[in-house]
Design a binder for this molecule. Sequence first.
Ligand code: MF3
Ligand code: CO
Length: 253
Amino acid sequence: MIITKSEREINLMKEAGRVVALVFKTLEEKIHPGMTTLDIDSIVEKTMLDNNCIPAEKGYYGYPASACVSVNDTLIHGIPSSKIVIHEGDIVSVDIVATYKGYSADACRTYKVGTLTERANRIVDITKQAFFEAVKLVRPGAHIGDISEAIQKFVESHGYNVVREYTGHGIGSHMHEDPSIPNYGRSGTGPVISKGMALCIEPMVLEGRKDVRTLGDGWTVKSKDGKLTAHYENTVIVTEDGYEIITMYEGEE
Ligand code: MF3
Ligand code: CO
């Protein structure tokens, strides 16, 4: 069941989204070689708590941290650790959820640390562009499959693959609500989009084969072939005639 949100609920989600964006702005300035993924987690947690939000990932199905920090061949759900050091040339995705007065916003950025190889640079750019290709189609009357097809076509036309096992999703008073928003599919299929829906659109992209594996920690998802991966996500509210992205800061590219 897809739950559309009232104006009051959307305003609470916008405040959560503002704080998510503030975390990204803070990280943009602070991520540097030599820091650990646990250092990133601390910045995420402090920024959220300082701004009256709860880091919603902590404790979610037992997840132990405030952020998912996934480096290079880790696609999603990387558990922050003092043993994982970030190096020049790494691509580091930070996926976070803030909850304000019971309502959540969820987004992810893949950061480029220092000078990248052409390979690393390109997968990050394509993943982000895939989001913007898809979000353009969001408006009342469109189908979820329109988003899915746009992501898949864009990503595959550039020689990359989309993950099959994980999808975007609705969001609100729960981190994960209907509808599921796969990164692959066909336009004109799936649920019809309507005003007041809150959607997390999140291309998860693999440089090599589409297959992934989960580590023994039960969370960390890596590419099976060890090749690079990237992830980009925003929470989007469906408006009268289009959409509004609520997890970007002003001036963010
Ligand atoms: N933010 C993730 C998503 O896009 C969820 C992370 S799972 C958690 O759905 F356990 F870390 F919360
Ligand atoms: Co999400």
